[in-house]
Design a protein around this ligand. Structure first.
Ligand SMILES: [Zn+2]
Length: 327
């Protein structure tokens, strides 16, 4: 599927502020998903404060991308042609609009040390931050800035921290490959790619940086732009890009680990109740029912995350997470 028309109708835009002194280079993204606009609104507010000198970048630099996926943003939808925050890599043969975004965005991310990626979510729930793995030298996501990432996460203003994303995705891909016949024929083929879980934060970690995905609240939550604004302000202070008192860390918080992703297989698959992120699910409790009547449940006490009633067949329906003692 060629999308030349839509590709030619948009350009990409970023704005960068550099301090006199050297320091860390932060990049802040809004609207990686086009219907998640709290980050865009918060970035606009911060840019206004910088332009009117209410804030001044004294060290390092900060780059803002208010609208990372302009096609999805114009459609007021999560994606244009495909999910930008999956399988994110430069693409020699761009086919979908998001492939062109990636060819612009990936080199830009590589110029930075730290990423703050601002999102919102579909069902009601409290804001939370997605962080990367603990330090490791394994094959999937080797990493050595876990401490820096944790320290930044604790300053953003949210109280729930979630890890285990890429691990879970790798297992999800294994499952999809082993159970191809369960999926409808028109499922998106990139779901079977081993790099499927690679989003913005995974990309910057692969280039020697670190990053956090901040889920600021439900898409229409009026407080979400303020959550995003506070996170940017605190990041600028914590990373030493602006002068001022260091933000207070959070002391009463919770760490969770994503352990499984479950795909929707058919339009007729439905949830047993109106789940919201972090709802507790008891062992054996029915989460949903497949179109053929098969019940979906777990054998352990877990929490549900990102339940998406509007998931397309072949795409992520919900995730399961458990309490962790990460930090
Ligand atoms: Zn998102």
């Amino acid at each position: 599927m060629e999308n030349i028309t839509s590709s030619n109708s948009f350009h990409f835009n970023s704005v960068r502020y550099s301090g006199i002194k050297s320091g860390l280079n932060l990049i802040v993204l809004g609207a990686v998903h086009g219907n998640e606009i709290c980050g865009t609104q918060a970035i606009e507010k911060i840019i206004d404060e910088l332009d009117t000198k209410k804030k001044v970048i004294t060290s390092g630099s900060v780059t803002f991308v208010p609208i990372t996926n302009p096609l999805a943003f114009s459609k007021k939808q999560r994606m244009g042609d495909r999910n930008l925050n999956r399988n994110l890599n430069p693409n020699l043969n761009p086919k979908y609009f998001e492939d062109y975004v990636a060819n612009w965005l990936c080199p830009l991310l590589s110029e930075h040390n730290v990423l703050l990626d601002l999102h919102s979510f579909h069902s009601p729930g409290s804001p939370f931050a997605l962080i990367g793995p603990a330090n490791n030298s394994g094959p999937l996501e080797p990493f050595k800035f876990a401490k820096q990432e944790e320290e930044l996460a604790l300053k953003l203003g949210v109280k729930v921290f979630v890890d285990g994303w890429l691990d879970t995705y790798a297992r999800g891909v294994e499952y999809r490959c082993a159970n191809k016949n369960d999926y409808p024929q028109n499922s998106q083929l990139q779901n079977l790619d081993i790099h499927y879980g690679m989003g913005t934060t995974e990309f910057i970690r692969s280039k020697g940086g670190y990053g956090i995905t901040l889920e600021c609240g439900q898409h229409n939550d009026l407080s979400a732009p303020e959550v995003a604004y506070q996170a940017i302000s605190n990041s600028l202070l914590h990373l030493g890009l602006v002068d001022g008192p260091l933000p207070m860390g959070i002391s009463n918080y919770q760490c969770l680990r994503i352990i499984e992703v479950i795909d929707k297989l058919h339009e007729g698959d439905y949830f047993s109740q109106e789940w919201k992120s972090f709802d507790h699910v008891k062992a054996g409790q029915v989460i949903g029912t497949r179109h053929n009547g098969k019940k979906v449940f777990t054998n352990d006490d877990v929490k549900i995350m990102f339940p998406n009633t509007q998931a397309l067949p072949g795409n992520e329906w919900f995730y399961l997470a458990e309490l962790s003692n990460r930090f």
